[in-house]
Design a protein around this ligand. Structure first.
Ligand SMILES: NC(=O)c1ccc[n+]([C@@H]2O[C@H](COP(=O)([O-])OP(=O)(O)OC[C@H]3O[C@@H](n4cnc5c(N)ncnc54)[C@H](O)[C@@H]3O)[C@@H](O)[C@H]2O)c1
Length: 252
């Protein structure tokens, strides 16, 4: 099966310097997409972009901070200048903030920081890319949410709340653009081994992994393959939906 039968198929990956975004960039490029690696970590994004196969065309990279609308606009404009039409975008930028703390201990500054990236940042990204996609009457926009947004993880108030907000935002946006060729979806993974997870306390990772019926973490390749399908032309009758990637933890 070819995910991207029509070339060029141009995809922007935000958060491409690490973890799920990096794995997605590699997978998408290997499948023949032309990939723009965008990340607040400019050097990291450039390193990933340089290492990508150029099957679908030369990659591009740019610094992008999702908390800053001008930065996101510039990155989208730079990608469009390099590639022309951007067919798909996956937003993998996200942070957990402080974890293993109860709700009454959450510092507002930490909550605001998590919110600025995970939820407000997702709106900024959506607005910038929708303005690009809508005139083309085609687009695949995907935000990486989390099982925490569906179930609520103990000790992760800010993270769970912002991911739940992101899932709600995607439901609304999906309906806003349902009569156009632009779909807006989310992906809710459980634990995938990435630097974000490696930075969490062991107790938090055990709490999350113990809840997975398959009794294991998800693999980056499994995550990247699902992202590629959702970003592909074949995923054409689904919008406003949150795809599950939890080894059976969520069955809805
Ligand atoms: N790893 C998991 O188990 C897991 C599970 C569920 C959901 N997620 C979500 O998947 C996404 C990716 O997570 P990951 O595990 O790959 O994390 P990661 O820390 O490995 O990568 C996140 C990337 O986002 C970038 N980033 C952070 N702030 C940014 C900003 N303001 N602007 C632009 N880029 C920024 C970082 O530089 C980094 O490259 C996140 O949204 C995370 O919440 C991860």
């Amino acid at each position: 099966m070819s995910y991207f039968p029509n070339r060029p198929y141009n995809v922007a990956v935000i958060g491409a310097a690490s973890g799920i975004g990096e794995a997605a960039a590699r997978f998408l490029a290997a499948e023949g997409a032309r990939v723009a690696c965008l990340d607040a970590n400019e050097a990291g994004a450039a390193t990933v972009a340089k290492a990508l196969p150029a099957k679908g065309g030369e990659s591009f990279s740019a610094r992008t901070d999702v908390t800053d609308a001008a930065s996101v606009e510039n990155a989208i404009a730079g990608t469009a200048k390099a590639f022309g039409q951007i067919h798909a975008l996956v937003n993998c930028a996200g942070i957990t903030g402080k974890t293993n703390i109860k709700a009454h201990e959450v510092e507002l500054a930490d909550f605001d920081r998590v919110h600025a990236i995970n939820l407000r940042g997702a709106l900024i990204v959506s607005q910038a890319i929708l303005r690009h996609m809508l005139p083309h009457n085609y687009g695949r926009l995907l935000h990486v949410a989390s099982i925490a947004g569906k179930e609520g993880n103990a000790g992760m108030t800010a993270y769970s709340a912002t991911k739940a907000g992101l899932i709600g935002m995607v439901k609304s946006m999906g309906k806003d653009y349902a009569e156009t060729g632009v779909t807006v979806n989310a992906l809710a993974p459980a634990v995938i081994r990435t630097p974000l997870v490696a930075a969490l306390p062991d107790a938090t990772v055990k709490y999350m992994t113990d809840k997975i019926p398959m009794r294991r973490c998800g693999e980056l390749e499994e995550c990247a393959a699902m992202i590629a399908f959702i970003l592909s032309p074949a995923c054409s009758f689904t919008t406003g939906f949150t795809f599950d990637l939890t080894g059976g933890r969520a069955t809805y």
